[in-house]
Design a protein around this ligand. Structure first.
Ligand code: IMP
Length: 433
């Protein structure tokens, strides 16, 4: 059976969680393949609202095997907290039973978080993600399979602690790391998680060859990709389809279905150019109605119109087979909607994003205006979605302006829209008829 992938097509926070939760209900396996606890995903279990940062969404399906893949950087302390929260709400301890950690995944240590905490330029989540990937690239990182050899190697402990302390000091951070601290950290991680460390790429490959279904769960979004995003205002991993297989440890041929998740408008957190950003009442409406606050840091998200230049870029890199449009309800009540269809730089029209951030910061947006549609209450949207799905009307049930918006986005991108989100409830999704 082929693997499915869910990816963010913008700057993250597109609402991937809702789709991933739905797909995870039927999946035999769900794997994260990049990033770490910079991601945030809210799930509702009964009356409880849980915020997950590293645990894959398949957790809520008791029959699903969950993998933290080799392309990830994992903070074991945060993982332990997430597991405790999960156990308190579900009574289950999945670690080493149906939750597996790749032997090749890198360990995000207290040093990495301290170092990242001093970031002032990028507006990172401060979770130590970039510094852990930097150590991976410098080939001084600690993988889960290396815990035992590293913790018993005093020379390595001494040298690493000295390196960490001097890097912290060069960054203006006063804390120091001793070799005893480092050993204590590695001991704790090895004792707590050692029994769940596996060759997860092989496990996924075998599962796929046996006809089981695998869902690869992306974090962040295309414009935060280290290579093709708005560098340097990006995360430190490859967020694309190409890395979904690689970061999970399987070959790309396994992937045939790629869902690009697109918010009906655009948001970003952190610093960096954002051409369609709005600083007016419309932007405030999006932020307020859409509850646009980061799941991980609680920071308000910057808001702006839907940007097709961004989406074309994302589609070229990822070859989306389906688009999932989210949060369309948030645009209800606006008189007119604008969509960015191109940029202009120094009087020259551009159909692609400039790679240089000074240029991107200077582009002006070329927009098309479409009619707005009325604001409905959450209950009205939910009723509309339930009815549209049960009577087979699909998108035809959407209010006029909303339906036209969906049709336009589909035509502009040339990728079929698989579903349209019209509210936070799981059932507030209108599926294509
Ligand atoms: P880092 O991933 O913590 O290094 O942060 C780098 C940039 O990516 C910052 O602008 C963050 O706000 C952004 N970022 C990281 N993770 C997410 C996410 O899950 N959603 C949205 N933005 C994110």
């Amino acid at each position: 059976m082929p693997a499915q992938v869910v990816l963010g097509a913008q700057w993250g926070d597109e609402g991937k969680g809702k789709l991933v939760d739905q797909l995870a209900t039927d999946a035999d396996w769900v794997a994260r393949f990049q990033g770490g606890n910079n991601a945030g995903h809210t799930i509702v279990v009964g009356e409880q609202v849980l915020k997950l940062h590293q645990l894959p969404s398949g957790l809520t399906n008791p029959n699903c095997q969950c993998v933290l893949g080799s392309g990830m950087v994992i903070d074991p302390w945060v993982l332990a907290e997430e597991l405790e929260t999960w156990q308190a709400s579900s009574g289950e301890s999945p670690l080493g039973k149906r939750l597996w950690i790749s032997e090749r995944a890198h360990v995000n240590l207290p040093f990495h978080r301290l170092y990242d905490g001093a970031d002032e330029k990028i507006g990172t989540t401060g979770r130590g993600i970039g510094p852990t990937y930097r150590d991976k690239i410098e080939r001084v990182g600690v993988r889960f399979c290396d815990l035992d050899s590293k913790r018993s190697d005093q020379t390595w402990l001494d040298e690493s602690a000295a390196r960490m302390t001097s890097q912290l000091s060069a960054r203006g951070v006063e804390e120091s790391i001793t070799s005893a601290d480092l050993k204590e950290s590695l001991d704790w991680v090895a004792d707590k998680f050692g029994h769940a460390v596996r060759h997860t790429g092989l496990m996924l490959d075998i599962a796929l060859r046996q006809g089981e279904s695998v869902l690869l769960e992306g974090a962040q979004g295309c414009l935060l990709d280290i290579e093709h995003g708005t560098y340097p205002f990006v995360t430190s991993s490859v967020t694309s389809r190409a890395n979904a297989s690689h970061g999970a440890g399987i070959h790309p041929g396994h992937i045939t279905e790629v869902f690009g998740v697109v918010k009906a408008y655009t948001t970003r957190v952190g610093n960096g150019p954002f051409p369609s950003e709005l600083f007016d009442d419309v932007g405030a409406h999006m932020g307020e109605v859409g509850h646009e606050f980061g799941t991980t840091t609680g920071r308000p998200r910057r808001c702006g119109w839907l940007d097709l230049v961004v989406l074309r870029h994302a589609n070229r890199l990822n070859g989306f087979t389906d688009i999932t449009l989210t949060k369309l309800d948030v645009l209800g009540g606006l008189d007119e909607l604008e969509v960015v269809v191109g940029y202009e730089l120094d009087g020259v029209p551009l159909s692609e994003m400039p790679a240089n951030m000074d240029d991107l910061a200077r582009v002006t947006c070329l927009t098309e205006t479409v009619a707005g549609f009325p604001a409905l209450s959450l209950e009205e949207w939910l009723d509309l979605a339930r009815k549209a799905n049960s009577d087979g009307a699909g998108f035809a049930a959407l209010p006029n302006g909303a339906r036209e918006y969906v049709e336009k986005v589909e035509a502009w991108l040339g990728v079929p829209i698989h579903s349209v989100g019209v509210g936070p409830d799981r059932e507030a999704t209108v599926y294509r008829a």
